[in-house]
Design a protein around this ligand. Sequence first.
Ligand SMILES: [Zn+2]
Length: 313
Amino acid sequence: MNYIVFDLEWNQASNIHYSDNRMQFEIIEIAAFKLDEKLNIVDEFQSIVRPKLYKTLHPVIKEITGFTEEELSRGQDFKTAAQRFVEWCGEDYMFCTWATQDLSELQNNMRYYGMKLVDKAPLLYYDIQKLFSIQADNNSTRRSLEYAVEQLGIEKKEEFHRAGADAYYTAQVMRCIHMEQVKEVVSIDTFVIPRNKKEEFSICYNDSVRFVSRGYESRSRLFGDKRLMSVKCPKCNNRVTRKLGWFSDGSKTYYYIGECANHGYVSGKIRVKKSPFNEIYAIKYIAMADDDEYAKIAEKKQQIKEKRKIKRK
Ligand SMILES: [Zn+2]
């Protein structure tokens, strides 16, 4: 399997009134490095894309990237560039990006042109910003690419904020990450969510399971799904006994505590989300929990109860 470390630059309407909702950000550059399993760079990809929707560069984008309209006008059209990119990626690969936006934007641009990126949904990838954070900051904060490059003593060759340079630096940061320690930390891009029950999927880690549901037309439909609401022990897959039933903190997150007869407490968390196509879906996270976790969730439930009491008075 290869890693495809890629980065995009995009432009947007200079005047918000001329922004097209279907493609708010128009890709103007795609760059990528292909790394083998040992993280050696084996190939690179680069394409400047001629914009169709926003031909004038937004002043901020112009400033940051250093692109000129003239330079872009000599680029490839998006469909050709994206097609080339997809073919270049090959068959067996995992996408890697700095932070979380690039995969969604790539897919959104492809959707605009009626192209299809992947058959499978949702898409798994490595967020190198997150992996760096786990390694350098105990996952407490998200840093800029430039910060990571400086911190790791990576030689700076080109200016940041061009796709080629940023993809190169992201690949170099990745090469400094102990992948064997974080390989379980996959991110899920949910630009396309599972379309049916069969496509719904779980990722199983040692002590936890993440599940992505299909889309529903409403929240009540979503919560009517028994499979989504059921909680099993991540270690033995047996149903757990309910200790604190699903409750909401008033936002879009729901909590649960159960107990496995063999392995102790199990916590559940459901985040309700809305897809770009306005479907309601959920990401469920089930993990082994200890007494502290139980106490924390119980306290949260108590606080919410009390808040409601005050409201009623
Ligand atoms: Zn168990």
